[in-house]
Design a binder for this molecule. Structure first.
Ligand code: NAD
Ligand code: ZN
Ligand code: ZN
Length: 379
């Protein structure tokens, strides 16, 4: 795929990727998803998203070629490739902060390199393609276990790990009430995983009825439409004995709806790093001393948040891009044991040729879409 500017992606023929470093591999993509994060690129909200980039950070594929220093992966291996590009040996990777690798993103020192995610995360081409270059091939790419459904495997590259990571950062304990803003793929997975951490009550907030209905069934949780709640913070206080939730998770990020002012400042005028509506709600509806866990993506520039409330309520805020590799072994176990079936969120399959259509439908949330998968014809 080829990014041509805001709201425009198209199929294009690009050169076959080359091994540029001895630790690279070339992977023939078998499945590739479109993520809510890709929509921020598509909508022109991520700085330095360059014309000509190939997006795609959630993919599986077969190893076609390996560089001379690749020792573990072999040609022919079917792998799932976490979205973070990590060197595995810098101080941050050694702490398990694979999404903050200090070596893989020469453009910045905040996030590490990601596949297909603008030049602020390294400028790597992504997996919405037939072939992709995979750096540090021995570090994060993982051979898909025998018997695992390839649709489950592709959701282990981002969405399920991110939902799980959100819960882990939220420090969910037995008996906790957890509120999750966003019933997209990430929020749905966070709702499912919250129970694994011992939550006693899981509440999801969104504005799309079909997603609320889905998450209610899939994650066996409560789900409410903020459009019919009046003030969602008041509602959440009322339903938690006026104390608030123990943990709030922001799984919405910079394109949050629900406040005309935040939409204007963060999405239209780009005066702050996104619309912070869900984050405001999270901070204002969590209990005193509670934890707000942010996985929804915001831009690098400043954004107004109610920091006074964070201070006066004694809150802990934790946020990151998920370190997929850090949580993968546990999640592979859960999937293999049948405790979680992430592929149940896949609602749409498109041949890679229909990429423009796929982006349009996912961006506009048409046809009750939850998670689209792209299948290249060489798959
Ligand atoms: N941190 C990470 O590692 C990581 C990984 C993947 C995705 N993300 C981010 O997570 C977010 C969600 O991703 P997704 O794929 O689920 O996206 P998505 O676009 O499919 O879902 C977002 C959902 O939020 C809902 N929403 C909008 N405003 C809301 C509000 N004020 N309150 C509650 N819900 C609201 C939308 O209706 C939509 O259903 C995005 O910002 C994405 O970039 C982060
Ligand atoms: Zn993603
Ligand atoms: Zn590193």
């Amino acid at each position: 795929m080829n990014f041509r500017g805001q709201f425009r992606v198209r199929l294009d023929r690009k050169p076959y990727p080359e091994i540029k470093h001895p630790e690279d591999a070339i992977v023939r993509v078998t499945r590739s998803c479109i993520c809510g994060s890709d929509l921020h690129l598509y909508h022109g909200l991520v700085p330095d998203t360059r014309i000509g980039q190939t997006f795609g950070h959630e993919f599986t594929g077969v190893v076609e070629e390996v560089g001379p220093d690749v020792k573990k992966l072999k040609v022919g291996d079917h792998v799932l490739v976490p979205f973070n590009i990590s060197c595995g040996r810098c101080a941050f990777c050694k702490q398990g902060l694979y999404s903050n690798c200090h070596e893989s993103n020469p453009m910045a020192t905040a996030s590490g390199g990601f596949f297909g995610y603008s030049h602020i995360t390294g400028g790597y081409d992504g997996g919405q393609a037939q072939y992709v270059r995979v750096p540090y091939a021995d570090v994060s790419p993982t051979v898909i276990p025998e018997g695992m459904d390839p649709d489950d495997a592709v959701l282990l590259t981002d969405v399920l790990p991110t939902g799980y990571y959100a819960c882990e950062m939220g420090g969910i304990k037995t008996g906790d009430t957890v509120v999750i803003f966003g019933a997209g793929p990430v929020g749905i997975m966070a709702a499912k995983c919250a129970w694994l951490f011992g939550a006693a009550r899981v509440i999801v907030i969104d504005q799309l009825e079909y997603r609320l209905e889905f998450v209610r069934n899939y994650a066996q949780c409560e789900a409410y439409n903020f459009r019919s709640l009046g003030d969602p913070v008041l509602f959440l206080k009322r339903t938690t004995d006026w104390l608030g939730a123990d943990v709030c998770i922001d799984a919405v990020g910079c394109e949050a709806a629900g406040s005309a002012l935040n939409t204007l400042l963060g999405r239209k005028l780009l005066l702050q790093g996104g619309s912070t509506t869900a984050l405001h709600w999270a901070i204002n509806s969590v209990k005193k001393g509670g934890i707000v866990s942010i996985v929804g993506v915001y831009g690098p520039i400043d954004a107004a948040v109610p920091i006074g409330n964070v201070l006066n309520k004694g809150l802990t805020i934790r946020a990151n891009q998920a370190s997929v590799k850090a949580v993968l072994p546990k999640l592979i176990d859960h999937v293999m044991a049948g405790r979680i079936k992430p592929s149940e969120i896949i609602t749409h399959r498109f041949p890679l040729e229909e990429i423009s259509e796929a982006y349009h439908i996912f961006s506009r949330k048409l046809d009750n879409i939850i998670k689209p998968v792209l299948i290249p014809n060489a798959a």
